[in-house]
Design a protein around this ligand. Structure first.
Ligand SMILES: [Zn+2]
Length: 281
């Protein structure tokens, strides 16, 4: 979970470009709704700043006049995703922000698609609103599905409105199962003044199945990617050499993201005497 650069394009850009090659009469109908939709996007910003997305009431079928909700939903599939149209610029701009740091939800998967933070099945009015579109990996997008927050604690951490990168909210420890190290992950609360934010982080962490997914990444790191390196470092420098090497890896990862599975894996390795004694391999 990490914050993301806010999209370069506004709702007006996205909407205008999505409807520009529509049949004239329909374009007029879409244009008639532009003021209402702009107001709803302002409401979205206000509510997300207050971490109160659950208070946004979805637009009703009766609110859209001669158009229907699917006319709005289709703007995403048929226009914003369409590589031949100018509207695609908006999609590509948002996705490009995810290329460098990966999926905003898990912080390790490749950001290959955009997730509707408030799902398009419930909120047709935000289907092409750039700030409702989040660079995501396929797995997170699939698991999150059409999740709708119903209460304040359900609100997902919004990568354009919230930034907790200076807080240490992820914790870890090495546990030995059948003599082999594994990493257990959980959300810690003690870096925050009250429990409201970390409780939301924890809710999202569990919803996206990150305890298991992070544990799997750490297991691969140990078993397939690094065990040979750990062995060489230990043989060359003993326990102290391994500790120094792990500390260095941890520092590098910490600088990039203090709450990534990798940072916390190396911290857990360092803090485990049994791991550093290397009797397990
Ligand atoms: Zn992800």
């Amino acid at each position: 979970m990490h914050s993301c650069q806010v999209p370069s394009y506004s709702f007006a850009n996205a909407y205008t470009w999505c409807i520009e090659d529509t049949q004239r009469r329909r374009q007029d109908l879409f244009n008639l709704k532009m003021g209402d939709l702009t107001g709803l996007c302002q409401l979205y910003d206000r509510k997300m700043n207050e971490h109160a997305g659950h208070e946004i009431v979805p637009m009703a079928a009766t609110d859209v006049g001669p158009l229907d909700l699917d006319d709005y939903r289709n703007l995403y599939e048929q226009k914003l995703l369409n590589k031949g149209l100018r509207a695609r610029t908006v999609y590509d701009d948002i996705l490009s922000a995810g290329l460098l740091r990966g999926c905003c939800y898990c912080s390790y998967g490749d950001a290959t698609e955009l997730d509707h933070l408030l799902p398009h099945s419930h909120y047709a009015e935000y289907v092409i609103y750039p700030k409702n579109l989040v660079p995501s990996c396929h797995r997170c997008n699939y698991i999150k599905d059409a999740f709708v927050p119903l209460t304040q604690p359900d609100n997902l951490i919004h990568p354009y409105f919230e930034d907790y990168s200076e807080y240490q909210w992820l914790a870890s420890e090495v546990i030995f199962l059948r003599g082999w190290p594994n990493v257990r992950y959980w959300v810690r609360f003690d870096d925050f003044e009250n429990a409201t934010i970390p409780a939301r982080i924890e809710h999202q962490f569990n919803m996206l199945e990150l305890p298991v997914r992070y544990g799997t990444q750490a297991a691969k790191e140990i078993n397939t990617r690094r065990v040979g390196t750990f062995r060489s470092v230990f043989r060359a420098g003993g326990r102290d050499g391994l500790v120094a090497w792990l500390a260095n890896e941890h520092q590098d990862q910490f600088r990039a993201n203090r709450n990534s599975w990798m940072t916390l894996a190396y911290r857990a390795f360092l803090e485990s005497p049994q791991f550093c004694d290397f009797g397990w391999a």
